[in-house]
Design a protein around this ligand. Sequence first.
Ligand code: IPM
Ligand code: MG
Length: 347
Amino acid sequence: MKIAVFAGDGIGPEVTREAVRVLEALGLSGLELVEGDVGAAAWRKHGHPLPPQTLAIAHEADAILFGAVGDFECDNLERALRPEQAILGLRKELGLFANLRPARVFAGLEDLSTLRLEIANKIDLLIIRELNGDVYFGEKGIRILPDGRRQGYDLMSYAEDEVRRIAHVGFRAAQGRRGKLCSVDKANVLETSQLWRDVVLEVATEYPDVELSHMYVDNAAMQLVKNPGQFDVVVTGNIFGDILSDQASMCVGSIGLLASAAMAEGTKGLYEPIHGSAPDIAGKGLANPMASILSAAMLLRHSFGLEAEARRIEDAVAGALADGIRGGDLGGSHGTAAIGDAVLERL
Ligand code: IPM
Ligand code: MG
């Protein structure tokens, strides 16, 4: 069980520390943790947000526990040196193409949602976002047109095999949940989306037990706040998934509680909280480590098949919440270490 630990920037190190304590407390045999530098922290130390030694650790590991990257001081660096390139580079280099972003309301925390209670308490959905293609990785740049105007461009494209493999992830996830898959695209305008829809329909013939629907992304954004309970599994491309998953997390209202996985073909995966590096509270011991701890649970489940251990962690977090342990993000006053202690006690 070789796990790379990339804590990164801002609150990344402090929340990841608590997740590591939880992993160590389980007494798993063969557990080996290897730390590496990413993000602005790595840029300061090695001159690059994803230095070769970090990439080597990532390649050798069975799974990666990731903290957060991002630092305002790097906003003016050339794009290739910005902290975000660490996560984008890892996704691409390791072929982490399937992003699982579950969003559900924790019992007793419904009032954190910005939605009305009777709407919020129905949220239990999983967004599956493609991570290796789309405008993120297409040809891009800022060029000068013949008439002298500057033009920015980012090419959107998906090859059919890229759509097919993420569609399979979506259908299989739906089979393991409530059997509903909603594919989100913009096929009324974009050719990329037309191909996406065609391929999803082809793949659907292999999953007659899954109820498939299609939705344009603008409508999906509206439905997510109108009636989020209608969604079980949502599968979508990189940019739409980026936007909709942030929206879904706010529908739940507690971004400090949401974990995510980025999976390659097979069991290798990178696990990280949905929240960012939160530089305003970094280093103060105020950040809620629950999303990082829940990322560790996802890691055990998806990379090592340790369902019981994953459940133990999730139950410990739910137990702490039920007992009133709340970080500042949830309107409480428990600090990072206190929350870690509370989860460990219940473990
Ligand atoms: C996310 C983030 C990243 C993305 C950034 C940090 C590059 O917003 O994981 O959703 O856009 O994918
Ligand atoms: Mg995002």
